[in-house]
Design a protein around this ligand. Structure first.
Ligand code: SF4
Length: 249
């Protein structure tokens, strides 16, 4: 596994659990507003872009340089048994790594719950992880209206795969949440309406405010003002018409 960072402690990332966060390196999307640019490219290309691994949304990522090995990671987790409840696997996009299931099996064998953060592009792996009971919580980013995905992600994702992942998550008996980052000019009210129809009946959907005062994948969005609290509340109300719970983060 290509591990880009480890946050040793979090009270926020897995609801009601004390967790550590593993950041896998590399992503198959290029979202303009991504605030983890150091985790998007394969590690070997970081130098080319003159990007140094740094923290997620102002949080501390430990031991990013030199690269964390799986041995380092499991040494750490073995020492944290009974001190942490869970491990969050985030990215980048964890499901682009074929050895993800194997790594999760090792984590589960140590007694930790596992939450997966994913962009939903690998429904085949997601299905297998759910079937093998390797996940305890799933958070899937829905980037915007499906008709807008290529504009938001700068790639041409397989929309059928995104839809399959949504369906599998909603049909699983696992706790889950969908998340959408709203960004002026890119993801707004129309996307919320379009997405709401796709995830109608879902349990939880969070609309996330856009943070622009940090390194972003596309510099053009740096320091662009996010939506106001009133705008966020208007969009939340639209979202709430489709799902059981729609919140703002
Ligand atoms: S899917 Fe996530 S990690 Fe990948 S580019 Fe988009 S925001 Fe960044």
């Amino acid at each position: 596994m290509n591990i880009g960072g480890l946050q040793k402690f979090s009270l926020l990332d897995y609801p009601d659990h004390i967790s550590a966060i593993i950041f896998t390196q590399g992503c198959n999307f290029r979202c303009h507003f991504c605030y983890n640019p150091m985790l998007v490219w394969p590690r070997k290309e970081l130098g080319k872009f003159n990007i140094k691994p740094s923290a997620k949304a102002g949080e501390k990522i430990e031991k990013v340089d030199p690269e964390i090995t799986e041995d380092d990671l499991f040494d750490f987790l073995e020492k944290r048994q009974k001190k942490l409840d869970a491990v969050v696997i985030s990215g980048g996009e964890p499901t682009i790594h074929a050895d993800l299931p194997e790594m999760i099996e090792r984590i589960k064998a140590l007694g930790f719950k596992v939450k997966l953060d994913t962009n939903g592009t690998n429904p085949r792996m997601l299905k297998a992880l759910i079937a093998k009971k390797l996940l305890d919580y799933i958070a899937m980013d829905i980037k915007g209206g499906l008709s807008n995905y290529d504009l938001i992600t700068e790639v041409q994702p397989n929309i059928r795969d995104i839809k399959k992942s949504i369906k599998q998550i909603m049909e699983s008996d696992l706790p889950y949440e969908f998340r959408t980052t709203v960004v002026p000019e890119l993801v707004g009210k129309k996307d919320i309406e379009e997405t709401g129809k796709i995830i109608a009946g879902a349990r939880k959907w969070y609309l996330q405010g856009f943070k622009s005062n940090m390194d972003l994948l596309n510099d053009r969005f740096k320091n662009v003002a996010g939506f106001t609290a009133q705008d966020m509340e208007r969009m939340r109300k639209i979202g709430a018409e489709y799902v059981e719970y729609c919140g703002v983060r």
